[in-house]
Design a protein around this ligand. Structure first.
Ligand SMILES: Cc1cc2nc3c(=O)[nH]c(=O)nc-3n(C[C@H](O)[C@H](O)[C@H](O)COP(=O)(O)OP(=O)(O)OC[C@H]3O[C@@H](n4cnc5c(N)ncnc54)[C@H](O)[C@@H]3O)c2cc1C
Length: 421
């Protein structure tokens, strides 16, 4: 097997991986190898032909392909070495990255630093607990988006969607525009999991009903989907007998969650966070020095602009590591998700390595109104901000000045206030 050496290997050529490559290059690291298993750079953005990308980063509303093209140009302008069709199979603890590609065959790359940017995958039909068979016509929303937007196939004509995540909402509009009839979207929770703008632009504008506190309770059809049944659920998410509604459909799209594609780092024994990505510090470095993680493989993002920022942080972190500027830290603070918060990234802050401020990203567990977000260490409140409304589908980002942080106690983020009615 061929063995080569590289300063920096980046796994995944989506927006996170490309942003990491550009940032590391601009920080003086030029011996970079970017590995992408698909035949194009850009990742999930290739199939997202709707607009809404880049509002923060470019101050323009771009489609996914327009957004990614700008980054591909940045990569190519710097002559950063990338391989397409290169599937990374494993990474050893001593940073040997093994990949296969039709062009190169089986290759081992001894890397001095690694940025993991492998994105996320959709929960599939087999992994969710709805009764009935899985006949043809039961398909994930992202897969349907790929068929339609990249290969030109409309997967069905009469459609129902389970889950109100953004991909499901966007596909409700997309399938309608292509001539399919979308009969409804069922959501288990009493609120939608998608961005508010997508509820308006993809459902309300097209008169597509959203059934909150509902789930699919039967999938009918053997070889081909014929119908589905939905039921209302109670507060414990149990179906309420007598509330069944039947929809005769040929397609059930599942939009029931994205999971970080983090197996390669999990197999290295890197501790996992509740996001199902790896635990990282404020430079996005994992527990293995020189191994960084960013983008949807670290935690699932709502906006590509934040993914790009995170890719930059990981790329700069890798550059600092390669220049010997990230010695092991002796001044570590852990972060903690307190009341009402589902997770906080990063898992730890290394005060001696961070700049003037520390960026925390987190999501709330459920929608709340008129709440304070409280940042505290023990009994000391470092900062408190008021929000009239806060929802799980929108990631929160806050910058805390480094000089506020005190040694010792974990930095806890929590919500204090009234529950949403
Ligand atoms: C349907 C949908 C709609 C969205 N809509 C919007 C929107 O309107 N506005 C917005 O701002 N954001 C939107 N987003 C969010 C944003 O686009 C994504 O969060 C972002 O593009 C993710 O970037 P990433 O680089 O982390 O992951 P990805 O784009 O998934 O890239 C990961 C890359 O890693 C590669 N890879 C994985 N494993 C390996 C391996 N073993 N070896 C080699 N390569 C590997 C994959 O092939 C892929 O190319 C949307 C996301 C989705 C899914």
């Amino acid at each position: 097997m061929t063995m080569v050496e590289r300063d920096l290997v980046i796994i995944g050529g989506g927006s996170a991986g490309m942003a990491a490559a550009v940032a590391a290059y601009d920080a003086g690291i030029h011996d970079i190898l970017l590995l992408e298993r698909n035949e194009m750079l850009g990742g999930i953005l290739n199939q997202c032909i709707h607009n809404g990308f880049g509002l923060q980063y470019f101050k323009e509303e771009l489609t996914g392909p327009e957004f990614l093209t700008r980054f591909v140009r940045e990569v190519e302008a710097r002559s950063i070495d990338y391989r397409l069709g290169a599937n990374v199979l494993s990474i050893s603890i001593d940073k040997v990255v093994s990949y296969v590609s039709a062009l190169d065959g089986a290759v081992e790359v001894k890397a001095k630093a690694i940025v993991m940017a492998a994105g996320c995958y959709e929960r599939s039909a087999g992994s969710i607990g709805i009764p009935g068979d899985r006949p043809a016509g039961v398909i994930t929303a992202g897969q349907a988006q790929l068929y339609l937007n990249e290969y030109g196939y409309l997967v069905g004509k009469k459609v129902f969607i389970l889950g109100s995540g953004d991909i499901g909402l966007i596909m409700a509009r997309r399938m309608t525009l292509e001539g399919a009839k979308v009969l409804g979207v069922a959501e288990l929770m009493p609120y939608s999991n998608g961005l508010n703008r997508n509820i308006q632009q993809c459902l309300i504008d097209f008169d597509i009903p959203l059934y909150l506190s509902h789930t699919v309770t039967n999938v009918i059809g053997k070889a081909k989907l014929e119908a589905i049944e939905i039921s209302q659920v109670d507060e414990s998410f149990n179906p309420i007998p007598g509330t069944e509604k039947r929809f005769d459909v040929d397609t059930l799209l599942l939009s029931v969650g994205l999971v970080p594609n983090n197996d390669l780092l999990d197999k290295m024994g890197i501790p996992k966070a509740s996001t199902r990505g790896s635990q990282v510090n404020d430079n996005l470095e994992t527990s293995i020095p020189g191994v960084f993680s960013c983008g949807n493989v670290l935690h699932v993002h709502d906006l590509v602009d934040y993914v790009v920022d995170e890719g930059r942080v990981a790329g700069l972190g890798a550059a600092k590591y390669l220049k010997g500027e990230l010695e092991p830290s002796s001044d570590i603070l852990l972060t903690k998700a307190g009341e009402g918060i589902s997770y906080v990234v990063p898992a730890r802050i290394e005060r001696d390595h961070c700049d003037d401020s520390v960026v925390l990203k987190f999501r709330v567990r459920k929608p709340r109104k008129d709440v304070y977000i409280v940042y505290s260490q023990g009994d000391t409140v470092l900062k408190k901000t008021f929000k009239t409304a806060i929802i799980p589908s929108e990631m929160e980002i806050v910058k805390l000045p480094k000089n506020l942080l005190i040694a010792g106690e974990p930095l806890t983020v929590s919500l204090v206030g009234k529950e949403a009615k």
